[in-house]
Design a protein around this ligand. Structure first.
Ligand SMILES: *[C@@H]1O[C@H](CO)[C@@H](O)[C@H](O)[C@H]1NC(C)=O
Length: 198
């Protein structure tokens, strides 16, 4: 499901002047965070993804099926979302300037101006149900309209970017007194960014 977010990287990084493509490393696409916050759970523990399909081929990533929330947090909680892009350099992951923080994800996910919507949530059929329950309600089903993600960035300006990158997605939950709950969801997508020859 979250493979669609690859394009987020694309959306956030329109600063270079070349075309790039990201070759995803893992056939599962998203993997548990290697340095997630203590107690954070990966995507496939927070959601039942057994009837979701995400397959990579020459066209892109084909996504379809359903995803069901296994979390159980009150709808009045606030879910914050962070996206950080890291670059692998000399044996370690270094931060880049490409970071984003959405303090209230449930309010942003169907906002047409938000990249979460443009690159991911617009592909869900049952928007009303998702908006009502958001991601934290146990049993909420996110129903995909099948679509293809092309992890490609065109006409980007600035210095050349090349090598191994990962996008880290972190969802955190805060109660109505703004106290952070123990639960957090962390997963990452790692790949090799290559220039596309024109
Ligand atoms: C996804 O959920 C919808 C609505 O509940 C259902 O009609 C459909 O059969 C489900 N698809 C799969 C692959 O389970």
């Amino acid at each position: 499901m979250f493979s669609t977010l690859l394009v987020v990287v694309v959306g956030v990084t329109k600063i270079w002047a070349t075309d790039y493509i990201m070759l995803i490393e893992d056939s599962d696409i998203y993997t548990p965070c290697t340095e997630g916050p203590p107690g954070s759970i990966p995507l496939n523990e927070a959601f039942d993804v057994t009837v979701m399909e995400a397959n990579v081929d020459a066209e892109g990533i084909h996504v379809s099926g359903n995803v069901t929330s296994k979390m159980s947090t009150p709808r009045s909680d606030r879910i914050s979302a962070r996206l950080s892009v890291l670059h692998y350099n000399r044996g370690s992951w270094e931060p880049t300037v490409f970071n984003s923080h959405t303090p209230d994800f449930c309010a942003a996910m169907f906002n047409p101006r938000e990249f979460w919507f443009k690159y991911w949530f617009k592909n869900f059929q049952n928007r009303e149900e998702i908006q009502e329950k958001c991601l934290g309600t146990k049993g909420t089903v996110l129903v995909y309209e099948p679509f293809i993600v092309i992890p490609r960035l065109d006409n980007v300006m600035g210095p050349t970017v090349q090598g191994r990158y990962k996008a880290v997605f972190l969802f955190e939950v805060f109660d109505e007194n703004n106290v952070q709950r123990d639960i957090s969801v962390c997963f990452e997508v790692t790949g090799e960014v290559e220039k596309v020859r024109k």
